[in-house]
Design a protein around this ligand. Structure first.
Ligand code: HEC
Length: 237
């Protein structure tokens, strides 16, 4: 039961995640938008055409300085996803108790992350624009990825519905069974002439005492018990 509930919750989380990704992204005007964003967020360091020493921040930047974004032989070694990840990189938390920072890690790289500033869609638009700086095109099929995600969403939806049905059926069955059992117990108790009124403590003792008393004397008088019940505080009824 718990597993079924967890499964349903997992499916909900999965659906939400897929939906967030599908909802973002619109391929039209991608490059124009990318150019605009590049001019605003990247140009002061990387230069108008991505060339070294072009951006006005260049001279004051410590090493490692940016590569030449207009150099095809160099930039073609990056996949679209790599460029995306560079722009949307994770920053380390340098505060006390924050992230562990290895010797090879840049805790604070010169290039900031745009992960929290720009949407996924905007970052893909920038990647598309950066590709034009060295005469390449964005290969990563954002649209296809969206179709794929839409399908994944559909499958996830179906799985979710299935899990929900299974969960509801299991819950129904469990509650039916519990009801049946309590009905059967009541019937059994009634057929045996027993009292079906759960009691505890002193009340319970009082309720069962007459039966215990009668039984004890029956055993004693029939010679099956050696000690007389009244010696242990059970008077003759
Ligand atoms: C404050 C200056 C600064 C800004 C703003 C900046 N970058 Fe960078 N960028 C760098 C530096 C320095 C590097 C190289 C070292 C590194 O990776 O941190 C770099 C590296 C890169 C690389 C990987 C190639 C390389 O040189 O290793 C790409 C691609 C890139 N930047 C694209 C962008 C884009 C696109 C934007 C805008 C969304 C941007 N950068 C904004 C400074 C900047």
């Amino acid at each position: 039961m718990k597993a079924a509930r967890l499964q349903v919750m997992g499916a909900v989380a999965g659906l939400t995640a897929v939906w967030v990704i599908v909802a973002g992204g619109c391929a039209s005007e991608q490059q124009r938008k990318g150019h605009e964003l590049y001019a605003h967020y990247c140009m002061h360091c990387h230069g108008e055409n991505g060339r070294q020493n072009e951006g006005f921040n260049w001279s004051s930047m410590p090493d490692p300085k940016p590569k030449d974004l207009s150099n095809k032989s160099e930039m073609s070694t990056f996949k679209d996803e790599d460029i995306f990840n560079t722009i949307s990189r994770d920053m380390k938390d340098t505060s006390p108790g924050g992230d562990k920072i290895g010797d090879d890690d840049f805790a604070v790289p010169t290039m900031p992350t745009f992960k929290y500033t720009l949407s996924e869609d905007e970052i893909w638009a920038i990647v598309a624009y950066v590709r034009t700086l060295h005469g390449m095109k964005l290969e990563f099929k954002v649209e296809e990825r969206k179709t794929g995600l839409a399908e994944a969403l559909k499958t996830a939806q179906e799985k979710f519905d299935q899990a929900k049905q299974t969960y509801e059926a299991a819950e129904q069955k469990a509650s039916d069974e519990a009801e049946k059992k309590s009905e059967a117990l009541k019937k059994y108790a009634a057929s045996r002439g027993a009292l079906f009124a759960p009691a505890s403590g002193e009340a319970a003792q009082k309720a069962v005492f007459p039966a215990v008393q009668a039984n004890a004397w029956l055993l004693f008088e029939g010679g099956k018990a050696k000690i007389s019940p009244d010696t242990v505080g059970i008077p003759k009824p």
